[in-house]
Ligand binder design. Structure first.
Ligand code: AMP
Length: 420
């Protein structure tokens, strides 16, 4: 299947080909023709599948085909995303693909001044990409009008619910016209998502690509057992000895991210931390520096990394395992994107054996385990409770796997069993 068989206009195809895509991805093949027909869709797709172009390309086509000759430019398409980073990335995609069209788009999210956003909104935009909180602020201040929206996209809807955005979404829905096209993208279909979809979508077509957790099959994953106090040393050693050009490293806490970035700098590696306590400017700069190759190591917490789209990222390291097993899948999904192979390495100390078991249970996999010469864990070190770095997940339900049976105990060896 080629892009030019999907019913897209020459101006859009030109922008797509300049972006360097040769073939549409499975979600694009399924979604684009349906969206062009004006249908509502409920799509199961994770980041990395090409879902953004899957909704953006047909949306642009619809808007440019029925362009409105009004002096005021009403918002005709609204894309809601859970995080600022994802909003910025979707908006960037919209700009890229609309290069040869006369549609105007902008992005609004919190953490930055509201006045410049008001000025842009006042000048008129066709497509608005936004996070729910700031969008509601604008709605309350009456600095935007959503009454002419023709297409609504909820991107990463499961994340939005996880982050407690449901009440905001409901308030926003009330401001939209009843007749509109709705596209809902979600990596998972919980009961909450199904309920939201039921209330929102009009006889939706369900499309699903790549099962959840498939990243875990595509990506080469390794566990390195190592003492907590030697993780930084091992990380620097891996980066240097394997000559990694760039790596995304996850820590559990914001403080841990800062500390690690600083220590890596002391080891002579260019590094920056990205997390929720950093200003939007600092986050954007760190990400841009990383994308441009100015920084070799980007240290991130789970929330800050959501939706990060970094092309060709071959290595992800879990400096600490996440407290919530599903976050492991999201973390490693940052590598091996759009069909590319990737490598995910987790540095696991004695305190984290239970977290590792939970992850393996979720993946239904025994992950390969390796001790690097010179970094074998000291058997006299006993497990200690893990520092609670759990970030605020809003009103989301806890997603812990519960107390199902663990994997075969042989995997753990005698010492690991003590910690069960
Ligand atoms: P997404 O799932 O939308 O976050 O996209 C994941 C990555 O795939 C992004 O880096 C896109 O630029 C890239 N991508 C999207 N569509 C294609 C395509 N048809 N061919 C190759 N890469 C693509």
């Amino acid at each position: 299947m080629l892009f030019n068989e999907l019913g897209l206009s020459a101006d859009i195809l030109r922008a797509v080909s300049e972006r360097g895509y040769n073939k549409p991805t499975p979600i694009q093949i399924k979604a684009i023709p349906l969206v062009l027909q004006g249908l509502d869709i409920l799509a199961g797709a994770q980041t990395g599948t090409g879902k953004t172009a899957g909704f953006t390309l047909p949306m642009l086509q619809i808007l440019s085909a029925n362009s409105i000759k009004k002096s005021s430019r009403p918002i005709r398409a609204l894309v809601l995303t859970p995080t600022r980073e994802l909003a910025a990335q979707v908006a960037e995609s919209v700009k890229t693909y609309s290069k040869y069209l006369s549609v105007r788009s902008t992005v609004i999210f919190g953490g930055v001044k509201i006045n410049p956003q008001i000025a842009i909104l006042r000048s008129g935009v066709d497509i608005l990409v936004a996070t729910p909180g700031r969008l509601l602020d604008h709605a309350h201040q009456k600095t935007l009008d959503l009454s002419q929206v023709e297409i609504l996209v909820l991107d990463e809807a499961d994340r939005m619910l996880d982050m407690g955005f449901l009440p905001d979404i409901r308030k926003l829905l009330a401001l939209l016209p009843k007749k509109r096209q709705n596209l809902l993208f979600s990596a998972t279909f919980s009961d909450d998502i199904k309920r939201l979809a039921d209330g929102l979508l009009n006889s939706p077509t369900l499309i699903e690509v790549a099962q959840r957790n498939t990243a875990s099959e595509r990506i080469e994953q390794t566990i390195h057992f190592v003492d907590k106090g030697r993780k930084r040393e091992l990380l620097s050693f891996l980066i240097g000895s394997e000559n990694w050009r760039q790596v995304l490293v996850f820590t559990r806490t914001k403080h841990g991210a800062n500390r690690l970035a600083k220590q890596l700098e002391e080891d002579g590696l260019t590094a920056a931390a990205i997390h929720g306590n950093k200003s939007q400017g600092a986050r954007t700069k760190a990400l841009a520096d990383f994308k441009q190759g100015k920084i070799r190591v980007l240290v991130a917490t789970d929330i800050a990394a959501r939706g990060l789209d970094i092309d060709q990222l071959p290595h992800v390291v879990n400096f600490e395992l996440p407290n919530v097993s599903e976050d492991y899948v999201h973390r490693i999904g940052r590598t091996g994107r759009a069909g590319k192979e990737g490598e995910a390495i987790s540095l696991v100390c004695v305190d984290e054996h239970k977290l590792l078991r939970d992850i393996e249970r979720l993946l239904k996999l025994n992950l390969p385990k390796k001790v690097i010469d010179g970094f074998s864990p000291d058997p006299s070190i006993k497990a200690e409770p893990i520092e609670n770095g759990r970030q605020n997940r809003g009103r989301g339900k806890p997603r812990h796997a519960g107390n199902a049976r663990g994997p075969d105990k042989n995997v753990w060896g005698a010492r690991g069993n003590k910690n069960r």
